[in-house]
Design a protein around this ligand. Sequence first.
Ligand code: MN
Length: 233
Amino acid sequence: MQVGARSDIGRVRRVNEDAYCALPGLFAVADGMGGHRAGEVASSLAVDVLTSHPFARKTPEEVQAVIQDANRRIYEDAVRQPKYAGMGTTITVALIDGDRLVIGHVGDSRAYLVRQGYLRQLTADHSVVGELLRNGGLTQAEAVTHPHRNLLTRALGTSPEVLVDVVTEQLAGGDILILCTDGLTNLVDDDELIEIVTGHNDPDDAVDRLVALANDRGGIDNVTVVVIRTSDE
Ligand code: MN
């Protein structure tokens, strides 16, 4: 398995409120929100809760429970400290155990699987626009320019309990898994994603190219990408 991971502040923002981890078998991206440095605190806290958990069972239920634990920790800090009031974050986690993949997520940071040149989004955005798209209330073209495209319907840390989506997949040799924040997906489309991740043998080169492309197009948000390529069979 080869891994590339990078987080970049972009060209406009003064703080990078994204966070990520890329440890053996455990990968995550988080996109924080909140005033001052609160977004940065929320996304870092979410990733810290994940990386300090031993993941003994590696089940979907365990992934769900750890994300709910992160939610409680962020929510408690947000309630206790006025400077962190209202902070929150997205989280998208990938736990890989052999050929078993568990994705857990809340918010609009995405996981994609590229297999034999075809891309599939494994996560459903918890955003106003994502829900409108799924209900048929909006076209893909309308979604890209929708004024509320950044509004989340679910986030970690904004209420004491959160519903966590989990998805399981069986991985095959040569699969490419991508985790990313909206700083990438608002500026780079699916075809470009496929072309870049399949066109670079080293995932480090692929993440560099993706970050550079987002920045070339304005870099209006923080951008974070993790690319995991399983070994060929
Ligand atoms: Mn973002």
